[in-house]
Design a protein around this ligand. Structure first.
Ligand code: HEM
Length: 210
């Protein structure tokens, strides 16, 4: 198992960017249609995604299995690094700790969020046409709104900071200067994707989504 763990870690790191990072970006852009184009624009976006060929295949291999593996193996690694905390004591910094905290928060948030949206469609309690109004009900509940803000910021931080670590572990940013530049780029990525999600959340509070 120990000999294999290098490859499992590499797979874990790769899946965090491809496909999961790609999914976060597409998801944020699609939701942003609610802000940019209103209920009709959002409904068109949902319709477009749901008319893609091989959708169940894309969802299972591009979203569900990668999230499960990345989440469960990530929790396992966080547990191991806790056991080895003496070894890691000096390399620990705020980003290292936040990466673990946001990983756990994102994992919980995504399950709850998936249960309230997509899963309700699978079991026949909701339809794609009603998703705008479902999001309106969520976004106008102040407790859910706050949970969404925390969930979205956790997921986006986890992705952006993970991207920075990915570039190092795959040997793409080697020098301290390259790592400094990529740190600034990842911070911009964090701000841009967060804005897309937060603006869409605010848009869903509008009466037109009722
Ligand atoms: C403002 C923030 C967000 C809004 C308004 C939102 C909205 C939605 C909606 C409406 C769906 C159902 C899509 C459909 O059935 O066609 C959905 C599914 C989903 N969302 Fe979000 N979402 C948000 C943030 C996030 C974040 C931060 C993540 C974490 C990565 C996430 C992960 C997922 C996943 C995994 C699914 C299931 C996808 C599928 O089954 O195809 N969402 N979301």
């Amino acid at each position: 198992m120990k000999g294999n763990s290098y490859h499992w870690r590499k797979l874990h790191s790769l899946l965090g960017v491809i496909p999961l990072g790609g999914f976060i970006l597409v998801h944020a852009l699609l939701n942003f249609q609610s802000f940019e184009r209103g209920p009709e624009g959002f409904a068109n976006g949902v319709h477009f995604i749901n008319s893609l060929p091989l959708l169940p295949f894309l969802e299972i291999f591009g979203i569900y299995l990668p999230i499960l593996f990345h989440g469960i193996y990530g929790l396992y690694m966080a547990y191991l690094s806790k056991l080895n905390s003496v070894q890691y004591k000096f390399s620990r910094n705020w980003a290292f700790t936040l990466q673990r905290i946001t990983g756990i928060l994102t994992f919980i948030f995504v399950f709850w969020h998936f249960f309230n949206t997509r899963f309700q469609i699978y079991i026949g309690n909701n339809t794609h046409e009603e998703l705008g109004s479902t999001m309106h009900q969520i976004a106008t509940n102040s407790v859910f709104f706050v949970i969404y803000v925390i969930g979205v910021l956790s997921a986006v931080f986890h992705f952006s900071n993970g991207l920075w670590a990915f570039l190092i572990s795959w040997g793409i940013t080697i020098s301290p200067r390259a790592q400094k530049v990529s740190s600034n780029i990842c911070m911009v990525v964090f701000v841009l994707i967060s804005v897309l999600f937060l603006f869409s959340l605010i848009a869903f509070t509008g009466e037109e989504f009722k």
